[in-house]
Write a protein that binds this ligand. Sequence first.
Ligand code: DGJ
Length: 727
Amino acid sequence: MSVEYDITTRIFTLHTKNSTYQMQADSLGYLLHLYYGRKTKGLTDWALAFSDRGFSGNPYDSSNDRTYSLDVLPQEFPVQGTGDYRNTMLEVRNDKGVYGCDLHYFGHEISEGKYSLHGLPAVYANPNEEAQTLTITLINERLNINVKLLYGVLPDKDIITRSIIVKNEGKNPFTVMKLCSSCLDFTHGSFDMITFHGRHMMEKQFDRQRLHHGSHVIGSRRGMSSHQYNPFVILAEHDTAENSGRCWGMQFVYSGGFEAAAELDQYNQTRLIMGLSQEKFSYELEPGEKIIGPEVIMTFSDEGLSKLSQNYHECIKKNICRGKFRDLTRPIVLNTWEALYFDFNGKKILEIAEEARKLKVDMLVLDDGWFINRNNDNRALGDWIADEAKLGFNLGELVKYVNKLGLKFGLWVEPEMISENSRLYHEHPEWAMIIPDDKPVLGRNQLVLDLSRHDVREYIFNSVSKLLEQADIEYLKWDYNRSINEVFSHKTNNGKVIYDYMLGLYEILERINKRYPDVLIEGCAGGGGRFDAGMLYYTPQIWCSDNTDAIDLLKIHYGTSYGYPAIVVSAHVSSSSNHQTGRFTPLKTRYTVAMSGTFGYELNPLTLSNDEKNEIISQIEQYRKDSAIISDGLYYRLSNPENETFCAWEYLSRDGSVALINVVVLLNHGNMPQIYITPRGLTSGTFYRDIENGKIYASDALMDSGFPLKMPKSDFEGYTFRLERLS
Ligand code: DGJ
């Protein structure tokens, strides 16, 4: 049993293969957190310490026990207004404007299988995969609030998930002002917080900071998970490294605004919480209504950050991504964006398709600019009708021609948006989220549709369906190119819009996935602006960045690898000089970087030399051979590109028999110190052969000392090494 309950002490224990999580419903009915760490036997309530602490209040029911304070004790579900002055998970305001709500343990249920969340993405268990759910019910009798804390356990994956449901069971409305889904309290210890910050075209930059007193808060107020902070954080002890040490992760399965806060308190205790952003959020619950806090995926590793990442990789690959593409090699695409931008017609597209076919790519993706009036990025969003005058064909015909050449066809869309300069806006200005009589903030000169409205969702679903019905479109690139600013709806209570928007988006994506299971959807938000486990539940790959520069991508991929597996990371080989940075890099290096995920090209094949075309043909051949190990293998980071002169990473086949190691040299230097590459995870006590040059290495020595890389002759050289076990 992965979930156990000890009736005498009221202690709940969640076991995974390598970890144990423990909490207690104490005699006052509060849920105290006891332990999350290495797998252990027994009960850990001895970990609780009680002493009289000034200015830390005591619950009335503690009978004046001045050693009992929720301001000090480690909690499972800290709530505002209970005398805990640290960051809390729930804030409630009643209909008179009074804050606070004290919740007490009421009961619990242990059930087989992993819970799901109505209308929200969540980890699921596969058939025959062991999984259990613990549901703990807490109630507040004054306000008649019923809270369910959900815990999902996937023991074999070392994954524990948390979510929360808050329900109004009373007669009066109340408003949820803050809702977090997960909390981890540490009574001692000293930690670093690892986060992934960034910006458009430079997402998920690794950042590791020692926690000091106060709160270290990251998040997004943009109505999207954002380029600026990824909804994924790690707490690590100071000496935790790639291959050793303890660390804990929290990853949000949600694509809207979020907050993650790590607080070091007055007694040097640390609390980490994760949940919805409070920005523009005040969720009124009428009697009978409820709100669900999106899921947080937690994992613990005492073998360092690599293991923590691998736990997340497995979970995202097999328990978040769904549909027929989950386990398939994804098509190698040629995308027209950087090849042509808006400057094309149907003839040009077919010329490119013809050339793409010779290169042996699988699919042509027609990016932005194909629909009426869309000759630049200032207009026409919302009018999802192909521009036949520009294309020279209707969409069905164009796709047929492309198919005839032997290529599949994919299409770019941005369905959540509306341009003022569009037919749709002319007909339905009230569908745009703008505050009446106010001037909205524009982003890329566009506005966001109010997806909290049913009629808007119907319009989007029907427009996308219409496209998919009229042509054999096998892939959609679902883009989203601005942050939300104005949160206003003509229909929905305004405190609810920001959250209901996301429910609306998930509903549309779910319907499209259900009706068109053979269509692969790639998520995108100006690259990685919505790169999160929530989107991955509907779109099993995401365009990682609008920056296609191989050298910048090294760092973007490095940060991404902490929480997400390579197969969900879409990256393309683009032209040199690069359109975002102006940098020149060898074609081989561009391939080495882009092939480390779901792969394609984003350049004009008509401008390539014969040598380049031949090189691309071999790259594609090679990728087809390596794609299984890239998508299914164990991933290891072999360098830290922040500190080192190179970036190296490894994919290891499940049985350890093959290691694929990619290396890119950053800037070359005069009289450069020797670079060594140190593989990981090889089978101890065996030998491996480099299949290119035949060199044979003893696995243990190789993992200790590494092999020398030949001296680079220039910047940005890229290499791939294939090592095969000899026995
Ligand atoms: C932003 C995307 O990230 C790009 O790849 C491209 O599709 C443009 N939008 C098109 O407008």
